[in-house]
Ligand binder design. Sequence first.
Ligand code: PMP
Length: 419
Amino acid sequence: MSQTDMEVFQELESEVRSYCRSFPAVFTKAKGYKVWDIEGNEYIDFFSGAGALNYGHNDEEMKQALVDYILNDGITHSLDMATDAKGTFLRKFHEVILQPRALNYKVMFPGPTGTNTVESALKLARKVTGRTDIMSFTNGFHGMTIGSLSVTGNLAKRKGAGIPLTNVVTMPYDDYVSEVDTLDYVERFLCDRGSGMELPAAAIVETVQGEGGINVARTEWLQRLASICKEHEILLIIDDVQAGVGRTGTFFSFEEAKIVPDIVCLSKSIGGYGLPLALTLIRPDLDVWSPGEHNGTFRGNNHAFVTATAALTYWENEEFMSTVKEKATHIENFLKKLVVHYPTIEGEVRGRGFMVGIRSNVAGLSSRVAAAAFKRGLIMETSGAEDEVFKLFPPLTIDEEGLEKGLALLEESVQEVTK
Ligand code: PMP
C-alpha cells in the first residue's frame, strides 16, 4: 500500500470516519510514544488513542504475555464463560486495585467498549431504583449508542440522529456558570416541586470531562454531588472511561476527592494494549441483575484479559506512579509558561495529571495548532463543543526525551499559528 492509498479510505470507507481526516496519513507501526506512517515519517503520540493507550503502544511485557497466550492456543472467544484468563484478571484487579483502596465492587463485563459500560450502568440504575430519569451534566460525553448518547451534552452528535434528552435532565457541570455553585441549582431542582423534575435513578458524571473540553470538577463539587445523591437515594455513576486508569494521576479519577461511587464505568486503557475491554463496577448490594439480563457475544475478550492483567503490574510499582506525577507537574508548568509567552492565543491551561490541554478563546485556533502540530510530527487532538481546546494526552509511560520533544513541537506549532 502506498501513501496515495489514502484514496482507498475516501472511496471505500464511510463518510463517518473522523480521526483519519485530522491525521491524514496511513499508519503502520508504533512503539511506546512513537508512531510511524507508511512513508517512514515518525510522529510523537500526544493522543494515546483518545486515552486507550495510557501505557503507550506495544508494551513489551503485555506483548510477550499475549504472544505466549496465543502460542499456547489460549482460548480466544468464550462469551462470558469462566476462563483462566478472566479469573486471573479478576483476582489481580481485586488484589492490586480494589483491595488497597478499600473499594468493594462486583465486576461486570458489559460488552467491549466504553458505551457498553455506560449503557449497562444506566440500565442497572433504572432496574435498582425503579425510576427512569437520569441526571447528566452539560458538556458530558458518554458514548455513541442511543442510551449513552442521550446523556451526552453535545447537540451536534445527537441532532442528526434525532436523539432527544428523553428521561434525561441535564444539569450545569462545575464551572459551567462561573462564580456560581451549580449544585445549588441542582439541589433546588430536586427539592422544588415546582421544577417538575422526577427523582432521577442516577447521576452520571465525569470527574474531568474529556470530550467536553477538559473541564475539571473541583473536589468539593464532587463531594457535594456525592452527598446530594446519597441524601436523595440517587445512584452516583462515575464515568471513568477516559479519566480512569491513571490518566488524572491516580488509578481512579475520583480517588483524590475520596468519594465512593455506586457504579463505575471503565474502558479504554483498562485492556492495556489497546484491546477492547470494558468493566462496570457495581456496589455489591446493587448487583441485582438476573442471569443473562445484560447479554452479548463479546463480553470478555481473553486476549484483553491477558494484556489487562499484565498492565496491572504497573500499579504495583510505586515508582511508576510517582514519575507520572512528576511528569504531569512538568507538563502543567510548561503549559502555564506557554500561555504567558503567547498571549495572543488567549489560552487557559486546564486539566489534571496527564489529562490536560489549553483552551483558546480565539475561534478556530486550537484546531489550527493541532493541524500545525501534525505536520511537524506531533499527534494531538482537540476537544470541546467548538473544538476550543487542544488536548495533550501523552502515554503515562513517556520518557523525558519524548516529553521534551513533544512539548517543543507543540511550542513551535503555537508559534507558527500566532505569527
Ligand atoms: N465515556 C467517556 C467519558 C468517553 O470519553 C468515551 C469515549 N470517548 C465513552 C464513554 C465511550 O467510549 P467508546 O468510544 O469506547 O464507546
